[in-house]
Unconditional design. Structure first.
Length: 159
């Protein structure tokens, strides 16, 4: 992979990270200025601020500091592995999807260290059924993983 392509990948990572940070800053400011704990959008979507100390979609929420720190260290290591994989992959399309994952993952990792928790706020629901509350970073991570699965399933060749 050329150095120019590697620079583009880091730009992608930065753009996705920035979109995530901006969305979280806006939602946190909105909730600070709003006395309500929920912002109604429509009959399927609310913004509802939840602080997640676990991993994706609130899984493994732990109160003990040592477990939180251990999970944070593991997530940091996974991000470093993703950076290595992104830069060494022979498939540029695969690297692009990894950069999307990284942008989201680094956004959530930033929150883990800055806030000691990740702000989740997108509440999708149908009547009384609510999906896990999530954020923009989780969307990027999910889209990137789905992209990698599609590449693998259809054996999409190098770009």
């Amino acid at each position: 992979m050329t150095n120019k392509k590697k620079i583009y990948l880091f730009i992608f990572v930065f753009v996705f990270f920035a979109i995530d940070r901006i969305s979280k800053i806006l939602i946190l400011k909105s909730f600070l200025n709003n006395s309500s704990s929920e912002i109604y959008i429509n009959s399927f979507l609310n913004f509802s601020l939840v602080w997640n100390s676990g991993i994706g979609f609130g899984i493994l929420q732990l109160e003990a500091n040592i477990f939180y720190l251990l999970i944070s260290i593991i997530i940091t290591a996974i991000n470093l592995i993703l950076i290595y994989w992104m830069l060494t992959s022979s498939n540029y399309l695969e690297s692009i999807f990894i950069s999307i994952i990284l942008g989201g993952a680094l956004g959530n990792l930033f929150d883990r260290y800055y806030y000691s928790s990740v702000p989740d706020f997108i509440d999708l629901h149908y009547e009384s059924f609510h999906w896990f509350t999530f954020n923009i970073a989780d969307i990027f991570i999910t889209v990137g993983i789905i992209g990698l699965i599609i590449i693998d399933l259809f054996k999409i060749k190098k770009v």
